[in-house]
Ligand binder design. Structure first.
Ligand SMILES: NC(=O)c1ccc[n+]([C@@H]2O[C@H](COP(=O)([O-])OP(=O)(O)OC[C@H]3O[C@@H](n4cnc5c(N)ncnc54)[C@H](O)[C@@H]3O)[C@@H](O)[C@H]2O)c1
Length: 256
């Protein structure tokens, strides 16, 4: 399909999970995709798969905490422009508020919140130079607006991403750059594995979220289902949505 023909997209954290599925969805719609990830093992494998299916993809070994400008520069150097940025790179590790060291708390903020700021600023500067608009999609989480034990660092970073989304949407609107976020619920990716255990497979998860339908759709999402929402917000199909957080959670947050 050709919804994104001629568009160049940069997806951070696309060596795995939601980012990888997003790279596939963008490629399927004709975009050229730059995968920026600190994982130098899986990133090139994803690029190989995209190129094998007729796509045009590039891997940039990059960390969102320090290489934002370099990844935008690489996109422009190889493909001449940048039209879409997906801020997806993320990390999760449980930690008690009373015990967590400052640097550990800041690590989540640095990767997800400040990483989103750094990459968005670098990408938006390029889009403004080009003069014909663009799309920025930030991967937030339902954790952005929910409280949760052992997750003050992660949830705070995600909440800040949604607020940054709204502020960037206002400032970049005059340049035709639409900025939105996608807030997934539970998604079947390597991030769901904490201390070697897939939390979606535990008896507690299955009983509470699935059997008793705390998630009305009674299952975690597959990464491809999140990618479709990202694709929509990254595409020219959206011309009047900006500053919005699109919740994709199977109904998790409409129940109590
Ligand atoms: N899996 C879920 O249930 C879930 C739910 C809500 C939101 N999210 C969010 O979705 C996004 C993607 O997560 P996922 O579930 O696909 O996880 P994942 O672990 O499968 O993928 C995360 C990717 O980000 C990369 N990454 C991490 N730190 C980086 C850095 N500093 N620089 C560059 N790349 C970096 C990793 O190498 C990895 O490839 C994250 O922002 C996460 O917080 C996930």
């Amino acid at each position: 399909m050709t919804l994104l023909a001629g568009k160049v997209a940069l997806v951070t954290g696309a060596a795995s999970g939601i980012g990888r599925a997003t790279a596939h969805a963008l490629t399927r719609e004709g975009a050229t995709v730059v995968i920026a990830d600190r994982d130098a093992t899986h990133g090139p494998i994803v690029v190989g798969m995209l190129n094998d299916t007729g796509g045009q993809a590039l891997f940039v070994h990059a960390d969102v905490t320090r290489d934002a400008v370099a990844m935008v520069d690489a996109s422009v150097a190889h493909f001449g422009r940048l039209d879409i940025l997906v801020n997806n790179a993320g990390i999760f590790y449980p930690a008690d508020l009373l015990d967590i060291a400052f640097d550990e708390w800041m690590r989540a903020v640095d990767v997800m919140y400040l990483g989103t700021f750094r990459c968005s600023q670098a990408a938006a500067r390029q889009m403004v130079r080009q003069g014909d608009g663009g799309r920025i999609v930030n991967i937030s989480s339902v954790n952005a607006f929910l409280g949760m034990a052992q997750s003050s660092h992660y949830n705070s970073a995600k909440g800040a991403i949604d607020q940054l989304t709204r502020c960037m949407a206002v400032e970049l609107a005059p340049h035709g750059i639409l900025v939105n976020s996608v807030a997934p619920g539970f998604v079947e990716t390597p991030m769901a594995v904490v201390n070697g255990v897939n939390e979606h497979e535990t008896p507690e998860f299955q009983e509470f979220y699935v059997r008793r339908r705390r998630i009305p759709l009674a299952r975690p999402a597959m990464p491809e289902e999140i990618a479709e929402a990202v694709l929509f917000l990254a595409s020219p199909r959206t011309t009047y949505i900006t500053g919005h957080t699109l919740v994709v959670d199977g109904g998790l947050t409409i129940t109590f």
